[in-house]
Structure formats: structure tokens, C-alpha cells
Design a protein around this ligand. Structure first.
Ligand code: FPP
Length: 249
């Protein structure tokens, strides 16, 4: 039986992926890092298909962090060119499968061309609901939280909200991800076991899955293996196993 056939109905609703290891993959074969990113972008295509295939509703990919702006200029330019190329290539499939493209992060800081392409694809797919594919671009979770605090402080100043009425929901409403559920499963490839400033608020109760596979080598089989692992875990959200058996969440 294939890994996909072994999955039960408990598919993680929101999956986050830290796509890591492109550079090492390329270097291992004596190529430039950019070659790894090119192959990494083909992996994105396959993983989006695989996620749609089993009914994932939200897939959020860490494509470019705020810290990635510190990489060599040629690598940043190559990543931005690749983003434009990938968006153009994926659009027909997004239409066909009714996948909504969304982005989180300081996307206004992207160069003009990728920004315009991103906006255009987001606009053309905004009404689709098979799955929301979110690209985290120029994204940092601490920056997201700082922005949220600034917006709330501004509302307090304007008497629109009082400090004792600030709840977790109010904070959530001011995050980039305000219209998405929390992350159920966070996957990181390449053997690193870090969160690297990705969705800090949203992964509070996520199951974490680390695999040594480098992102360009990551396949639908690896994704389904992560889902099977997720399905074997018991998510207690602070409760006891006995409580869960009495009334499952
Ligand atoms: C991490 O590998 C990957 C990135 C910083 C960029 C992710 C980009 C892609 C997967 C390709 C383009 C994506 C889209 C959506 C068009 P790394 O360079 O940090 O690898 P290393 O840790 O081995 O150096």
C-alpha cells in the first residue's frame, strides 16, 4: 500500500514548510547555490500538487526571510528572478486546481517586477478555495509581531480599543495570517532543527517534523511520510489523554 493510501482522514489543515538545503544540495554536486534554488522551485510545484491531492487547505512556504536580504546580491537577484518565473509557470495550474495564492511578509520591499507579478497572481486567484498557498516573502515572525503591537497601540491612542480588552484574538487579528487557522504541522527539511523566525505565534500548538532530506530531494512520498507521522501523534492541547478519550477535540 502506498504512503498516500495509508493516510486517514485526519489531514493537517494548515501545513507550514521551512524549505531548507538548496545551497548544500547544489554544492554537493559541484554546482552554484542558485542551481539548488532552481531545483527547489520544481519541488515547490510537486509539493503543492501533493498537498492539494490529499486535501490540505492551507500550505505556507518560507520562501524568503527578512534575514535573506543579507545574502550576496547575485543570489537575491536569482531568487527574485526565479520567483517571477515560478509565478508565471504556476498560474495556469493555480487556475485549474482553484488554488488561491497569498503572500505574507513585508512584500512591499520586494523589487518591482516580482512584486507586480505576485500581486497579479494573487488578484487572479483570490476567489479560489481548494487550497490557500501562502508564500512567506521578506517575512520575519518578530517583525510581524512588532507590526501587530504597533497597530494595536495606534488603536489605543485613538481610543478605538482599551488595553484590558486586548486578547489573544485581538493579537491574531493584527497578524498577516489573521484569516488562516493556526499551523497544525511544521516541516523543516535539511536536518536543521530550528524555527528561524517562522510563524512564531501560529505554531504554538503545531507538531514539528524535521527531516534530513534536502529540499530539492523532497518528494510527495516524504510529505506523506510526515503526514503519517503526524497522524500517529496525540495532540493534547494541554489536556490529558483520558480527557481526550472522553471528548475528542
Ligand atoms: C533555503 O535553502 C532556501 C531558501 C532561502 C529559498 C527558498 C526558495 C526556493 C525553494 C525556490 C524558490 C521558491 C519559490 C516559491 C519560487 P538554503 O539556500 O538556505 O540552503 P543551505 O542551507 O543548504 O545553504
Amino acid at each position: 500500500m502506498s504512503l498516500k493510501e495509508q493516510l486517514n482522514a485526519n489531514i493537517p489543515q494548515h501545513v507550514g514548510i521551512i524549505m531548507d538545503g538548496n545551497g548544500r544540495w547544489a554544492k554537493k554536486q559541484g554546482f552554484m547555490r542558485v542551481f539548488g534554488h532552481e531545483n527547489g522551485s520544481s519541488t515547490v510545484t510537486k509539493i503543492v500538487d501533493a498537498a492539494v491531492d490529499v486535501g490540505v487547505k492551507y500550505l505556507t512556504l518560507y520562501a524568503f526571510s527578512t534575514e535573506n536580504w543579507n545574502r550576496p546580491k547575485y543570489e537575491i537577484e536569482a531568487l527574485m528572478t526565479l520567483l517571477v518565473k515560478s509565478l508565471k509557470r504556476e498560474l495556469p495550474k493555480l487556475h485549474k486546481e482553484k488554488v488561491r495564492l497569498h503572500a505574507i511578509g513585508n512584500i512591499e520591499s520586494l523589487p518591482k517586477k516580482p512584486y507586480k507579478e505576485l500581486k497579479s497572481v494573487m488578484d487572479q486567484t483570490k476567489d479560489y478555495d481548494t487550497m490557500t498557498l501562502t508564500l512567506a516573502l521578506s517575512y520575519g515572525a518578530r517583525e510581524e509581531l512588532v507590526k501587530s503591537v504597533q497597530q494595536i497601540a495606534d488603536k489605543i491612542k485613538k481610543d478605538l480599543i482599551s488595553p484590558h480588552l486586548i486578547t489573544e484574538d485581538v493579537i491574531k487579528e493584527h497578524l498577516y495570517t489573521h484569516d488562516m487557522p493556526d499551523v497544525d504541522l511544521l516541516i523543516r527539511t535539511s536536518g536543521e532543527q530550528r524555527i528561524s523566525n517562522f510563524l512564531l505565534w501560529q505554531i504554538a500548538y503545531a507538531e514539528l517534523y524535521f527531516t534530513p532530506v534536502l529540499w530539492p530531494d523532497f518528494t510527495s512520498e516524504h510529505l506523506y511520510k510526515a503526514f503519517l507521522d503526524y497522524q500517529q501523534r496525540e495532540r493534547r492541547f494541554g489536556k490529558t489523554s483520558e480527557q481526550l478519550q472522553d471528548s475528542p477535540i
